[in-house]
Design a binder for this molecule. Structure first.
Ligand code: IFM
Length: 483
């Protein structure tokens, strides 16, 4: 690795942060918004940490001006947020609610005024409950509804937003939502998850076409995948086979049709006991395989897998994506997820920045030359505010430093990386973990909702302003001024 002094980024590199609607907005019953699957799920006893939900979240709906001002103070030049489908089209069909669209227009105008380029994600998991009641993502009709919704938002904001992302992490929406059930809507059926994956793919393709028809041609369309970096415990053919199967279920199932117009053949054989895939209709793959202007990659940690016999009896193995009851991986019961060795974040995810490098190299091979964005990267730590009002999140600075260094390394090796969105702008509702995990570079006091930039925000601000990565140790303490 180059040392810090040599790590500098091109002047047109995008430095941003990312959030999503349900995690920050609150105001769930205002201006015509109706419940999403996450409202229903989080209000169902036992589904989230302490029964926490996004009713108020961090009240971004009312505090967006303050939040945009914060981003401007930090010198960010882009911001990725998502639109809440049930705010814009409450039943998931029919005409739009003007007040819902107006909120996003005000937000976008505020960003533009501060010189921050908005990047809009259309779907970050808050499906209108009415659509779930009609079958949800396993029902192909939902893809057509998504295309209609994409056209509405594209028409409303396409004159001022140039960067568009159809879906965020369809793997989570399909597998955590419909197979393991740890995310909304909490269903636990492997076949439904595979159907959902296909409908999400179709929604991406139809949504891309609908967006393009509704917007000026200069705008760009991408998708944000949480493509897994799958490593195997050994080169034993049984472990390599386990790795390939997980790669199909995690990655090929989405990038196959989106980038190459086909599902991997090996995915069909590996899932034959779960489904016959007859839900894939003629013309679907063509509809999904739209040329993309860019690809978004979300990265947190790699996965380490092996065949069932690969686990020594006392070896620690990971439950996060494990294969116990209600595995998110239909048809992968004989595969073991091992704990990746090394330091862990508060999520129990191992810090391994080389995984981000490997991911970027892999997608440069899958789609040579396609502009790549890291649409999410970051870490949760048990941050606390010291008596002097400072949040000294030194571990997060080290995390960001190492990951950004590997981004730069990939760029030096010729990978076309154009920008980085830190997850997340501020602490927020971390899905089933409620408010117990803090991913923000800005600390939120959940009593007062006051925002305070952590040391990492100030470190990141310096990176955004100078295009270089300051050495983590000396900068982290004392906390420097933002300006
Ligand atoms: O908070 C989530 C985000 O909504 C999607 N990607 C992963 C983040 C951290 O778990």
């Amino acid at each position: 690795m180059p040392d810090s002094a040599q790590v500098s980024f091109p002047s047109d590199f995008l430095w941003g942060s990312a959030t999503s609607s349900y995690q920050i907005e609150g105001a769930v019953r205002e201006d015509g918004r109706t419940p999403s699957i996450w409202d229903t799920f989080s209000h169902t006893p036992g589904k989230t940490h302490n029964g926490e939900h996004g009713d108020t979240a961090v009240d971004h709906y009312h505090r967006y001006r303050e939040d945009v001002a914060l981003m401007a103070d930090l010198g960010l030049n882009t911001y990725r947020f998502s639109v809440a489908w049930p705010r814009v089209q409450p039943t998931g069909r029919g005409p739009a609610v003007q007040k819902g669209l107006d909120f996003y227009r005000r937000l976008v105008d505020e960003l533009l005024e501060k010189g921050i380029a908005p990047a809009v994600t259309l779907y970050h998991w808050d499906l209108p409950q009415e659509l779930e009641d009609a079958g949800g993502w396993p029902a192909r009709e939902t893809a057509y509804r998504f295309a209609e919704y994409a056209a509405i938002v594209g028409e409303a904001l396409g004159d001022r937003v140039e960067r568009w992302i159809t879906l965020n992490e369809p793997w989570c929406a399909a597998f955590l939502g419909y197979s393991s059930g740890v995310h909304a809507p909490g269903r636990t059926d492997g076949e439904l998850a595979l159907r959902a994956a296909h409908t999400l793919n179709l929604a991406h393709g139809l949504g891309t076409s609908a967006l393009r028809a509704a917007m000026p041609a200069r705008n760009t369309v991408a998708v944000a995948l949480n493509s897994h970096v799958v490593r195997t415990v050994s080169d034993d053919p049984r472990d390599l086979e386990a790795g390939r199967r997980i790669d199909d279920l995690a990655n090929g199932i989405f990038h196959g049709p989106m980038l190459h117009g086909a599902y991997p053949e090996t995915l069909f054989t590996a899932t034959a006991s779960v489904t016959d895939w007859s839900f894939v209709e003629e013309g679907d793959l063509k509809a999904i395989h739209q040329p993309l202007d860019a690809l978004g990659l979300n990265y947190y940690t790699p996965a380490l897998v092996g065949h069932a016999g690969s686990a020594p009896a006392d070896a620690p193995h990971s439950d996060a994506h494990g294969t116990g009851a209600h595995s998110p991986w239909p048809s992968a019961e004989d595969i073991v997820f091992h704990q990746v060795p090394g330091e862990q974040t508060a999520m129990g995810w191992t810090v391994d920045a080389t995984g981000l490098y490997d991911l970027l190299k892999r997608y440069d091979d899958e789609a040579p030359g396609l502009p790549l964005y890291i649409t999410e990267n970051g870490a949760a730590y048990d941050d606390r505010m010291d008596a002097d009002g400072q949040v000294r999140d030194h571990e997060r600075i080290a995390y960001l430093h190492s990951h950004l260094s590997h981004v730069r390394r990939a760029m030096a090796d010729g990978v076309n990386v154009r920008g980085y969105y830190l997850w997340s702008l501020m602490d927020n509702f971390e899905w089933a973990y409620g408010y117990s995990k803090r991913f923000g570079m800005v600390y939120v006091d959940y009593e007062t909702l006051e925002r305070t930039p952590k040391a990492s925000a100030l470190w990141y601000a310096q990176a955004a302003r100078t295009g270089t990565l300051a050495d983590p140790a000396p900068l982290a303490d004392p906390v420097p001024d933002a300006g």
